[in-house]
Design a protein around this ligand. Structure first.
Ligand SMILES: Nc1ncnc2c1ncn2[C@@H]1O[C@H](COP(=O)(O)OP(=O)(O)OP(=O)(O)O)[C@@H](O)[C@H]1O
Length: 602
């Protein structure tokens, strides 16, 4: 067969319904599209005026939206450049021919055409998602007769001359019976609130201007006061608590990005916030699903990002991940790290006070992003049980001498619940050890990340081993028991300790006779899989504890010397229960019987 070349043709009748009904997932965005067109038409006029191509009176440029319940219409009126009949034919009748694009092409060499929203030449047709008839009444800024265009959503239209005094365009939607929900004032104001809140031209609905045309992210930080940032936060999140601090983003190379990111106060048991970072493109709201653009660990931040360089799909409702998006993402990471570093250097005390919230972001960042760690290691803080804060380097310095084990590894001890682990903390302190507090849900992962990054540092929870083994300096004490006696002690405790492992240790006489420890490795994996929400092998495994018996303790000696078998068992049980009690592990019937037994023995 001879190769044949040709042009693909489109059957308008078939493609039209697709554009009208399926291009946009959400019907409400018709309003975003039409108001954006009105704003574009107004911006174009301002642009022409600034270049001397329009010399008339600009007048009041407010875009007006109105609903007429009786007539079942929604009208969007602007005082922008308007269209002549010829222009309607060119821009409206030709689907996917964008006058916005043409305008940008024409004026691309002049500065500041960045504000035009349209790009695809499709948005206008979203009107047919809710309207059975759409009418355009428009008068160009050039002295030409006004024109009226009407279309019922088929491929046929009617165009005629009409009387219209004022320059600009009215788009009148004759709402279809299945879309009458949009004839509700409250609904319209909600949609405007969502998409048009920061459009650059004033938008009036129900006699009120609904937008702030000059949001702070369009201004330079030097013009703004602390109050401005706080009141903008209130504007975004009327019910939000005051933010801790903020970062003003202002990039113009290699991409355009402006915005303000706020650090909220975060509770220890942080929950996903309802308030989210909002993404805008040329002041039009796009989405609050900012994954890809904002690094995951910063998605709990609040605020606004605006970038005309984020590639949008035709429906403008989501973005496509591409090289720019990645660059924006790493830029935000860098900016956040810089800001935290600056706060740390300028006001260490203030930084420590904010650490409870800031630490959650920083730890999350350290866990998930190596580049962030490289910057964050300088200001990442560790807090000990006495509420003192140290940087990682300071802390290493502090514990290096006293808390190095026989292999010269520094052992960072920590508690996750200072109350419950009080006995262990006390015994660590007796040795002059310091104990960190690690009580946020992220800490299990954070500790793991730090161990993998810091050389010769290991973390151990204070209750993960007997005090001598916690930091094993290779200086074990001699046990006063004979091998036979040890065997006997082991058997006695095996009988009361269920599945737990018995561990005999020669500890100083002033340490407790019996302690229950949870080996670090298993417990940590369990904690980590719990935070990740995985119920993997570790998460499911029942955790066996170790029961440490201090063979040098006077009560263990007494146990061996007790000749009455029943009394001996009783004493072993009592010592074991005391250890459980110290770990907060004795409850229910076991606790009741322990109390009864103790009372009876007094
Ligand atoms: N209110 C208006 N005033 C003047 N011209 C308008 C108005 N509404 C639409 N137009 C013209 O019609 C063209 C097509 O509009 P349409 O909304 O379909 O596409 P767009 O805005 O160019 O691109 P997008 O699909 O990205 O919104 C516009 O580019 C503009 O030239």
């Amino acid at each position: 067969m001879v190769a044949e070349k040709g042009t693909i043709s489109i059957n308008t009748e078939n493609i039209f319904p697709i554009i009208k009904k399926f291009l946009y997932s959400d019907h409400e965005i018709f309003l975003r599209e039409l108001v954006s067109n009105a704003v574009d038409a107004t911006q174009k006029l301002k642009k022409l005026a600034s270049m001397g191509e329009f010399n008339g009176e600009l007048g009041d440029l407010t875009v007006k939206v109105s609903v007429d319940k009786e007539a079942k219409t929604i009208t969007i009126s602007d005082k922008g450049i308007g269209m002549s009949a010829e222009e309607i034919k060119k821009y409206i009748n030709q689907i996917a021919f964008s006058g916005a694009k043409e305008f940008l092409e024409k004026y691309k060499d002049t500065q500041d055409t960045n504000q035009i929203i349209g790009q695809f030449g499709l948005g206008f047709y979203s009107a047919f998602m809710v309207a059975q008839n759409v009418e355009i009444i428009t008068k160009s800024f050039r002295d030409e007769p006004a024109a009226r265009w009407i279309c019922d959503g088929s491929t046929e239209f009617e165009i005629s001359e009409v009387e219209k005094e004022e320059r600009g365009t009215d788009i009148i939607l004759h709402v279809a019976p299945d879309s009458e929900e949009f004839l509700d004032n409250f609904r319209i104001s909600q949609i405007l609130e969502k998409y048009a809140k920061f459009l650059p031209i004033e938008i009036e609905f129900d006699g009120k201007v609904i937008n702030n045309p000059n949001p702070i992210w369009t201004k330079s930080p030097s013009e703004l006061t602390e109050e401005d940032y706080k009141s903008f936060y209130k504007e975004l999140y009327p019910f939000g608590e005051e933010p801790l601090f903020w970062i003003h983003l202002n990039v113009d190379y290699p991409f355009n990005l402006t915005g303000v990111l706020y650090f909220p106060k975060v509770k220890k048991d942080f929950q996903l916030n309802r308030e989210k970072v909002q993404l805008y493109s040329r002041q039009v709201f796009i989405t609050d699903d900012v994954k890809d653009v904002v690094p995951e660990f910063l998605q709990m931040l609040h605020g606004v990002i605006d970038s005309p360089d984020i590639p949008l799909n035709v429906s403008r409702s989501y973005l496509q991940a591409d090289g720019n998006v990645k660059k924006i993402n790493s830029h935000i990471t860098k900016k956040v790290a810089d800001k935290l570093q600056e706060l740390f250097r300028q006001d260490r005390k203030g930084f420590e006070e904010k650490w409870e919230s800031v630490g959650i972001f920083a730890k999350y960042g350290i866990i998930s992003d190596d580049k962030f760690y490289d910057r964050a290691k300088e200001f990442t803080l560790l807090k000990n049980v006495d509420n003192e804060y140290f940087t990682i380097d300071e802390y290493r310095e502090k514990v290096q001498v006293n808390q190095s084990d026989k292999d010269s590894k520094a052992v960072f001890l920590y508690a996750n619940d200072a109350n419950q682990q009080d006995a262990f903390i006390a015994s660590a302190k007796k040795r002059g050890y310091d104990v960190l507090i690690m009580d946020s849900p992220l800490d299990a992962h954070f500790i793991n990340a730090l161990e993998s990054k810091l050389e010769n540092v290991t973390f151990k929870r204070v209750d993960s081993d007997s005090i001598d083994k916690l930091i094993d300096k290779g200086l074990a004490m001699e046990s006063v028991l004979s091998d036979d006696e040890k065997k006997q002690v082991e058997e006695l405790f095996k009988a009361v300790a269920g599945n737990n492992t018995i561990q005999l240790e020669a500890l100083p006489t002033d340490e407790l006779p019996v302690t229950i420890v949870q080996p670090e490795f298993m417990r940590r994996w369990k904690d980590m899989s719990r935070v990740s929400g995985q119920n993997d092998m570790f998460g499911m495994m029942p955790m066996g504890n170790n029961v440490v018996i201090n063979t040098n303790h006077a009560l263990v000696d007494k146990l061996i010397k007790t000749t009455d078998a029943e009394a001996q068992q009783q004493l072993a049980k009592q010592l074991y229960d005391l250890a459980l009690l110290a770990q907060g592990m004795l409850s229910g019937g076991d606790l009741t019987r322990f109390v009864e037994r103790t009372v009876a023995a007094l």
